[in-house]
Structure formats: C-alpha cells, structure tokens
Design a protein around this ligand. Structure first.
Ligand SMILES: NC(=O)c1ccc[n+]([C@@H]2O[C@H](COP(=O)([O-])OP(=O)(O)OC[C@H]3O[C@@H](n4cnc5c(N)ncnc54)[C@H](O)[C@@H]3O)[C@@H](O)[C@H]2O)c1
Length: 360
C-alpha cells in the first residue's frame, strides 16, 4: 500500500488532504499517513477534520513515517526548502505551482530529483481540464493551422489578494502573476509542446491592495514571445469585487492561420442565483462532484485529477515502470522550471519597465 504525506495544511493543503483521504477510501491502494503543519491551530483543525496525524515539522514526519511520496502545499517561497528536504529523504514529491519563484532554486530541485532518480511533479492542474485536452489535440492535429497568437486571463476576487497571497507568512513573494499567471503560462507552454520562451514585456498596477495594507500588484499584463513566433498575453488580477459571480474569471484563446478556439473556464454554460450564494457560475470542471457506485457523493474534476495523478504515478513506479517511461506524461520539474523562468522575467520587466530576455 502506498503511503502519502502532505506538507502545509492551509487552504490548499486541505484540498490535498481531502483528495487523498477520498482516494484512500474509494480505491484502497494508498493511505494518507500524515501531514506536517507548523501552525498549531491549523494543525489541530486538520487533524480533527481529516482524522490524520499532524506533525509540527516536516523533519519529524519524515523521520517517523515510511512515506513513499510527499505533497508540498506551503507558500510559494517555501517550496524549495520542503522539496529539497523530501528528496534528500528519498521521497517522491508533488509540489504546488509554481515550482519556485527563483530560477536557481527551480533548477536545483529539478537536478536533485534527477540525481536521486525520484519523481518531482508540479501541480499544473489546467492540463487535466478536458476542454484544454481537447484544445491540445486540435492543435496537434493542425486544426488551427500555424499558431499566431494567444491570450489568457485569470482574475480573482479581492479576498484572495487580502486573504491568501497578501498574508504576512507569504513574505514579499505574492503576486497575481505567480499565483494565477503561472497556471496559464504552463498551460500554453504545454499546449504548444514547450517552445523556448524568448522575451517578455509586462506592465502592472498597484493601488487597491496597497490601500488595504498589502504591497502587492493588483493586476499584471504580460506578453511573452516564444521561439515558435507565437506571442501570448497573460492578464492576471486579484481585485475583482468580492461579489463577482465566481471567485475566478479565467480562460484561454488560441488563434492560428486556420482557426480559433476560446475556452471560457469560468462560465461553462451554467449560471444561477440563490438567496444564500448570490449569482454564480458553477465550475464543475474544476471542483466537480460525482455519485460513486456506493451512492456516495465524491469530489471529481481537474483539481482532484491532478492530485491523484501523483498517486497513479507512484503506483506505476511501484509496479516497476521506470521513471523515464513516465516522461511527457506528467508535469515535470523541468517543465516547472520553464514557467519559473517566465515568471521571473515578468517580474524583472515590471521592475525595470522594459522588454527583457527570459533568463536561462
Ligand atoms: N493549484 C491551485 O490551484 C492552487 C490554489 C491555491 C493555492 N495553491 C498553492 O498552494 C500553496 C499553498 O497555498 P495556500 O493558499 O494553501 O496557503 P496557506 O497560507 O493557506 O497555507 C500554507 C500553509 O503552510 C504552512 N507551512 C509553512 N511552512 C511550513 C513548513 N515548513 N512545514 C509545514 N507547514 C508549513 C503554513 O503554516 C500554512 O498553514 C501555494 O504554493 C499556492 O500557490 C495552488
């Protein structure tokens, strides 16, 4: 039986815990063995909600639990420390996006995993959205002809700015491009089969969040030019009104010589209003629900799929499939490094107000 541990039981760590607890219950091929969380109150709450042992440190969890794999859901700037500790401890790792906000750290993690022969997978769950898979296959079949340009948008409500990336324990690293843009950067790189990113020009606006005591960008507009000649613009923001009909507006448009496809992954055709919740556009693609054979209502959708894909990969490795045979079938650290290089270039362009070359 595979044994899984989680690091960080905050907002998204709870999504990891929930997905693995469900997998344990439904499939019986893995056990959510433990989690590590440094905040005592957060730890107690998660222990109570998920019925799993919580350790106050990763070192203690690694020392006491067998663990085949560990998933990391700490704030972005703390990924490196936790990932290195897990890899050094001989564990396969699944890490939240972005792999890192630093190119050197991202490369070091990718190289360490390779040296140790361990899986290091990044949570780029947009790749699991069936609409995005369809877009990728259409591009592969040449239905859109030669790609000319693309556009992505991902815009969150204000409470994500104030309540998540603006929190003090996130350090100075919170930004809409790292938190949101990185999803779309990875998505478009994956859609285009990873052309080399060449140059970036970005502009940003500050004001709303600053007026609320958070020194982070309200919004960022970045255009990345790739070696295949395609320019993709990424609009990201964390200042939508909290009353917006969805937590996030998001989508992708790709335009080629023979076609166009736009995926609106906020409004998928279902829109309604309730007294309790107000206007809403349910995104069943991301947080979907299914009725299992035993009648239980279970979580499905691309958010869950990306997490349990790590377990599927560990099961493959357990069967004897070599890690090299999984190449191209999961979001690797090398691919995570590409997105990190672009993210760093975006922030360099913002700081300098100029066009920058994507760092190696
Ligand atoms: N895939 C997605 O769509 C998605 C969505 C939201 C967040 N995220 C990512 O998930 C990560 C966590 O985000 P969040 O919103 O849950 O943040 P959060 O601040 O709510 O939670 C992070 C938790 O990590 C804990 N922590 C920090 N250092 C630790 C350590 N060394 N050992 C154990 N615990 C530690 C903190 O105490 C905190 O409880 C970020 O990288 C974020 O970008 C991904």
């Amino acid at each position: 039986m595979l044994e899984i541990g989680v690091v960080g039981a905050g907002v998204y760590g709870r999504t990891h815990l929930g997905a693995f607890k469900q997998r344990e219950r439904l499939s019986g091929d893995m056990r959510l063995a433990a989690f590590a969380e440094i905040n005592a109150e957060v730890r107690r709450t998660a222990e109570r909600d998920f019925g799993v042992r919580g350790y106050p440190s990763l070192a203690e969890m690694l020392g006491k639990e067998r663990l085949d794999g560990v998933t990391v859901a700490t704030p972005d700037h703390l990924h490196h420390r936790a990932v290195v500790e897990c890899l050094e401890g001989g564990r396969h790792v699944f890490v939240e996006k972005p792999l890192s906000t630093d190119v050197g750290e991202a490369r070091e993690m990718a190289e360490l995993a390779e040296r140790k022969g361990l899986l290091l997978q990044v949570d780029f769950h947009k790749r699991f959205d069936p609409y995005h898979v369809d877009l990728k296959l259409r591009l592969r079949d040449g239905q859109l002809g030669r790609l000319e340009y693309g556009y992505c948008w991902m815009e969150d409500v204000l409470r994500i700015g104030t309540g998540v990336i603006g929190q003090s324990h996130w350090g100075a690293g919170g930004s809409p491009a790292w938190f949101l843009g990185i999803h779309m950067i990875d998505l478009t790189c994956w859609l285009m089969d990873f052309p080399e990113p060449v140059k970036v020009y970005a502009t940003g606006a500050k004001g709303k969040l600053a007026s609320l005591g958070h020194d982070i960008y309200d919004s960022i507009k970045a255009t990345v030019t790739y070696a295949n000649g395609v320019a993709v613009t990424y609009d990201t923001a964390v200042v939508l009104p909290n009353s917006h009909e969805a937590v996030v507006r998001q989508g992708v448009k790709m335009v080629g010589t023979e076609g166009i496809l736009v995926v609106d992954s906020q409004y998928r055709g279902a829109r309604g209003c309730t007294t309790a919740g107000g206007m809403e556009t349910p995104n069943c693609g991301g947080f979907g629900r299914k009725i299992a054979k035993n009648g239980e209502v279970v979580q499905s959708g691309y958010i869950n799929d990306s997490l349990v894909d790590f377990v599927d990969n560990l099961a493959e490795l357990r069967k004897g499939t070599p890690l090299s045979a999984l190449a191209g079938r999961y979001a690797s650290a090398r691919e995570g490094l590409i997105s990190t290089r672009i993210g760093v270039a975006i922030h360099q362009s913002l700081a300098g107000g100029n066009l920058v070359q994507v760092p190696q």
